[in-house]
Ligand binder design. Structure first.
Ligand code: 5FX
Length: 534
């Protein structure tokens, strides 16, 4: 056995997952037993300083436009492949590749770029050969917020925000690709005319591996305000409302687990991939994380970070003005719900500092010593303009639903914050069509998921068992899993072994009795606030 050969590599095929995220491109190689064999990444700011990005992006002077140089992503891939080779990865064992990209960002291929992709020369770097491949050289990314005008236009043409949400799973958002394309068409007509194909970041990256234009997958395609999530195909009305000839420029969308064919000859000749290595459609980073966390039908995953994000597996989605519905990346018959809450740990930390002198231990004691239901008090803490719902400020209500300026004690304040944050998550999850039942599992991840006092409240509010998982790099790992799933076909859960989640808490027996009415109270109070009636 050669020194650099990994014993597990010798007995099994391997799968490669790539993540083209905002700040870096990262890859993970796993074997058939789902053990991680290699990892590597390239950071845009540090490793590619010539593009002068901060956090992987260029923020423009208008304060709203945010882009990234498309070719930077290509050069990062050149560097990443070399890093992976140096780390000893044996590319000849790779049975399938898949990947993911930051959602919503778009890439504009110049007329003729398809030929470039099909004829890449193995002795040269990709970035040297693809320098002229893009009609727009700076890709708009998800942090861009410059398309409010195009969003209002789109909603108006589609009969209002809720109608658009009913079709595409989301009301119009500035970062969503339909409005971004619409802006490019309005402002740069010539460049638009010379665009042969429009990709998402995910399908752009996939195209390089495929050596041809890769289709957009249905899950990432759901983040464009262009796909009809009911028929799982482009909505002609939405396409027409954004720009002409869009159907041809986008190509048909496919389920995320589609095997698109073998890897391009470039990768076979330059890196020694097997000519049979399959390329599985790439998808968006949030759908990829759902795969990385091995979410199952009926599961909820909650990432507790600076902001909190909730991922739902949905069977019968009900699109609303808050939250996004996407086609499920591991089973395209089903859906996933995505809810982002800006005021996560950032607000928990502010209350911790004010009520318990910066100590989590004291914060937890205060929380534990207050009865479930908090004597009927309810609080909503939106220090920063919240996304779900669009409210800013701190709102406190006593047991008679009267607004009060403050609560009587630190312990009531702490419990109001924690209960309020989890009640809100339950309200918006149920609004999107999620039904809690005896099989519901809440999978908690992220920094605050090691706080058992928080998790107990979460378990009580959802009246469900809470499990914890420590999955770093869930997006790239999810794509290594998806590579295997796409190659072997069948149900994801039958092909991919789920990680061992640790049971953290079970709900108390009185949880439903206390929190069912509180959920309704919270829903009504928040609806009144949003409507400006409180
Ligand atoms: C989701 O809608 C988002 O805009 C972000 O989570 C990006 O996908 C981050 F890459």
């Amino acid at each position: 056995m050669a020194d650099n050969e990994h014993p597990s590599e010798m007995v099994s095929k391997t799968y490669l997952g790539f993540d083209f995220s905002t700040q870096r491109v990262k890859t993970i190689v796993i074997n058939d037993n789902q053990e991680i064999l290699h990892e590597a990444d390239v950071q845009f700011d540090n490793d590619l300083p010539e593009y002068r990005t901060h956090g992987g992006i260029n923020a423009h002077k208008d304060g709203m436009t945010v882009t990234a140089p498309t070719i930077m992503w290509v050069k990062a891939l050149d560097m990443l492949m070399d890093k992976l080779r140096v780390s000893g990865a044996d590319f000849s064992l790779v049975a399938a590749i898949s990947g993911t990209g930051q959602q919503h960002g778009s890439v504009y291929w110049r007329v003729g770029a398809r030929d470039t992709l099909k004829n890449l020369q193995p002795e040269k770097f990709l970035h040297d050969q693809m320098a002229m491949a893009f009609s727009i050289t700076d890709s708009p990314v998800w942090m861009d917020s410059s398309t409010t005008l195009q969003c209002r236009n789109l909603e108006e043409k589609l009969g209002g925000a809720q109608n658009l949400a009913d079709i595409t799973g989301s009301r119009a958002y500035e970062r969503f690709t339909g409005s971004q394309i619409s802006k490019i068409y309005e402002k740069r007509k010539e460049a638009y005319k010379h665009t042969e194909r429009i990709s998402l970041v995910s399908s752009f990256a996939c195209s390089i591996f495929l050596g041809d234009y890769a289709p957009i997958d249905l899950a990432d395609g759901s983040g464009m305000n262009l796909l009809d999530i009911n028929t799982k195909s482009w909505s002609q009305e939405c396409l027409d409302a954004c720009a002409p000839d869009l159907r041809e420029k986008l190509g048909e969308a496919v389920p995320a687990h589609t095997n698109l064919g073998p890897v391009s000859a470039y990768f076979v000749d330059r890196y020694g991939f097997s000519p049979e290595c399959a390329v599985i459609a790439f998808t968006g980073d949030n759908p990829a994380s759902l795969a990385g966390m091995s979410l199952r039908e009926g599961d909820i995953a909650l990432s507790l970070g600076t902001s909190d994000s909730l991922f739902l597996w949905l069977k019968e989605p009900k699109p609303k003005l808050e939250g996004n519905i996407l086609i499920n990346p591991v089973d395209s018959e089903d859906y996933m719900g995505l809810l982002c809450f800006k005021n996560g740990s950032i607000t928990r930390e502010r209350i911790r500092d004010e009520c318990s002198n910066g100590s989590w231990d004291i914060f937890n004691q205060l929380l534990d010593m207050t009865p479930r239901g908090n004597f009927g008090n309810i609080g909503m803490y939106y220090d920063h303009m919240e996304i779900t719902p669009a409210l800013k400020g701190v709102f406190r209500f006593n047991k008679s639903d009267d607004a009060v300026p403050r609560f009587t004690s630190h312990e009531v304040e702490v419990r109001a914050l924690v209960e309020g944050q989890f009640l809100s998550k339950r309200v918006y999850a149920e609004n999107l069509g999620y039904k809690i039942d005896s099989r519901t599992r809440v999978l908690a991840t992220g920094g605050a998921s090691n706080n058992l006092s928080l998790l107990q409240v979460l378990s009580d509010v959802f009246n469900a068992a809470v499990y914890v998982m420590d999955i770093a790099n869930s997006a790239s790992l999810g794509c290594a899993y998806r590579a295997k799933h796409g190659l072997l076909e069948g149900k994801f859960k039958d092909v991919i072994k789920a990680p061992d989640f640790k049971l953290a808490c079970n709900p108390n027996t009185d949880a439903a009795q206390i929190y069912e009415p509180m959920v309704e109270k919270f829903r009504n109070l928040e609806e009144c606030l949003v409507a400006g009636k409180k």
